[in-house]
Design a protein around this ligand. Structure first.
Ligand SMILES: Cc1cc2nc3c(=O)[nH]c(=O)nc-3n(C[C@H](O)[C@H](O)[C@H](O)COP(=O)(O)OP(=O)(O)OC[C@H]3O[C@@H](n4cnc5c(N)ncnc54)[C@H](O)[C@@H]3O)c2cc1C
Length: 378
C-alpha cells in the first residue's frame, strides 16, 4: 500500500526537518524520507555559528533570508526547549571577526546598513577584554549578538518536536526517483521499490540534490564541498566569543570543547574524509589565536559535505514545469543560519500563502550572481 500524505520531504537535514516541523504545525500530514540516519550529514557536522540580523533593514534577498531567521533563533530555541525538554545549545556568546585592515570598511558596511551592533577594538582593548586571545595582524571587530547552536542537539530537538506532532520518518529509505505526469509529481520511488504518494513534494537533499534532479533534466550545480573540523577539549572554554578570521573560526562551547574549523575542499567529491594535513593546519590556526588550545587534547575530527552552489546562494523555489514540487538546497556554509528563513518561505510556498520573504532571487532558473557577498560568513 503506498503511503498517502500531504507533503513528502526528501532529506532529513536541518532544512528538511525545520520545514517538516513548520508544515506539521500548519496542520499538514508530513513524511520525511532520509537515505541514512536522520540529521547526520552536513547539518550535524556544522559548527553552528548563527550571526546577527535585522530583517527590517537588511537589503539583499540573501541577507533578508538570514535576518528573518536569526532574529527568531532565540525564540525558536526556547520554544523547542519548552516543547521537547531538549536544550539546543543556542547561546548569544558574541564573536570577534578579524578582518584585513584594507578591506574592513567595505566588509562592515552591510552591518551598518542593518544596524548590527559592532565595535572596533584596538589591540590594547582586545587584550584587556579578552586576555587569552593572541591578537593577529588584522582589525578586530566585536559582535555582541553573534550566537551559536549545538547542531546535534538542535537536530534532536527538531526531530523530537516533529515526532510529537505526527511527522512520519523513514530513515534508511533512499529516494531513487519520482513518478509523475506531464505537470505533476505523483509519488517518490524508494530504493526498496515502495512508493510514497503525496499531494506536494519538497526536495531538500543537500549536496545530493543534482543527482535527484537529473531525471527532470535539471542540473543546478549543487555539489559537495568538504569541510573538516577539529575538536579540542579543555577543562574550561579558552574564551567566550567565537573567533572568525577568513574562512576559519574557533567556536568555544560552554563545557570546554572547542571547535576549530574549517577546510573548504570542493574537489573531495562525496568522500567524507579527514586528513592529517587539515588537522595540522586547523590546529596551527587555532593555537595562533588562542595559545591555550595547545594544552588541550584533540578529542576527535570530522568532516561534512556542504551543499555548495555556483554563486553561494541557495536554490529555493518550484521545480520548473511541476506545480506541486519544490526544491530547497545549496545552502553551502550557511544552512543553519538560513534554516528558519528557508522553512518559513517554503512553508508559505507549499501552502500557497503569500510569502513573507521574496523568493525570486533564489529561483532554480536564475543566472548565478557574480557579485554575491553575504554580510556574514560561517
Ligand atoms: C564543517 C561545516 C561547518 C559548517 N558550519 C556552519 C555554521 O557554522 N553555520 C551555518 O549556518 N552553516 C554551517 N555549515 C553549513 C550547513 O551545515 C549546511 O548548509 C546545512 O547543514 C545544509 O542543510 P541540508 O539540510 O540542506 O543538508 P544535509 O544536512 O546534508 O541534509 C540533506 C539530507 O538529505 C539526505 N538525502 C540526500 N539524498 C537523498 C535521497 N536520494 N533520499 C533520501 N535522502 C536523501 C542526506 O542523507 C542528508 O541527510 C557548515 C557545514 C559544514 C560541513
Amino acid at each position: 500500500m503506498p503511503h498517502a500524505v500531504d507533503c513528502a520531504i526528501v532529506g532529513g537535514g536541518v532544512i528538511g526537518l525545520t520545514t517538516a516541523w513548520f508544515l506539521a504545525e500548519a496542520g499538514q500530514r508530513v513524511l520525511v524520507c532520509e537515505q541514512g540516519e536522520i540529521g547526520r550529514e552536513a547539518s550535524w557536522a556544522g559548527a553552528g555559528i548563527v550571526p546577527p540580523g535585522n530583517f527590517a533593514r537588511a537589503t539583499t534577498p540573501y541577507d533578508r533570508l538570514r535576518a528573518y531567521g536569526v532574529e527568531r533563533f532565540a525564540e525558536v530555541s526556547a520554544q523547542l526547549r519548552e516543547q521537547t525538554g531538549i536544550d539546543n545549545g543556542y547561546r548569544r556568546c558574541g564573536g570577534i571577526e578579524f578582518l584585513p585592515a584594507e578591506a574592513a570598511e567595505e566588509l562592515t558596511q552591510p552591518w551598518c546598513q542593518e544596524a548590527i551592533a559592532f565595535e572596533r577594538l584596538t589591540t590594547a582593548e582586545l587584550q584587556q577584554r579578552f586576555p587569552t586571545i593572541h591578537p593577529p595582524d588584522a582589525a578586530a571587530y566585536w559582535l555582541p549578538d553573534l550566537a551559536q547552536v549545538r547542531n546535534p542537539w538542535h537536530l534532536r530537538a527538531l526531530r523530537t518536536r516533529c515526532e510529537q506532532i505526527g511527522v512520519t520518518f523513514r530513515p534508511h529509505d533512499a529516494v531513487v526517483g519520482f513518478e509523475r505526469t506531464a505537470t505533476r509529481v505523483t509519488a517518490l520511488r524508494l530504493a526498496n521499490e515502495q512508493r510514497i504518494v503525496a499531494e506536494r513534494f519538497l526536495i531538500a537533499s543537500g549536496a545530493w540534490t543534482d543527482g535527484l534532479l537529473a531525471e527532470f533534466g535539471i542540473q543546478l550545480g549543487v555539489r559537495p564541498v568538504l569541510g573538516q573540523i577539529v575538536l579540542v577539549r579543555l577543562p574550561q572554554p579558552p574564551c567566550r566569543p567565537i573567533l572568525l578570521a577568513g574562512k576559519c573560526y574557533v567556536v568555544p562551547r560552554d563545557d570546554g570543547r572547542t571547535l576549530i574549523g574549517s577546510t573548504e575542499e570542493p574537489e573531495a567529491g562525496f568522500t567524507k574524509r579527514t586528513t592529517a594535513e587539515a588537522r595540522r593546519q586547523l590546529l596551527q590556526f587555532g593555537t595562533r589565536l588562542l595559545p591555550q588550545l595547545a594544552e588541550g587534547e584533540v578529542e576527535t575530527t570530522w568532516a561534512g559535505l556542504r551543499p555548495g552552489s555556483p554563486d553561494g546562494m541557495p536554490f529555493l523555489g518550484p521545480l520548473p514545469g511541476y506545480g506541486n514540487a519544490w526544491v530547497a538546497a545549496g545552502h553551502f556554509r550557511a544552512g543553519i543560519q538560513l534554516s528558519i528563513g528557508t522553512a518559513t518561505l517554503l512553508t508559505d510556498l507549499l501552502l500557497d500563502r503569500p510569502a513573507l520573504i521574496d523568493s525570486q532571487a533564489f529561483r532554480l532558473d536564475r543566472c548565478p550572481q557574480t557579485d554575491f557577498r553575504p554580510a556574514f560568513r560561517s
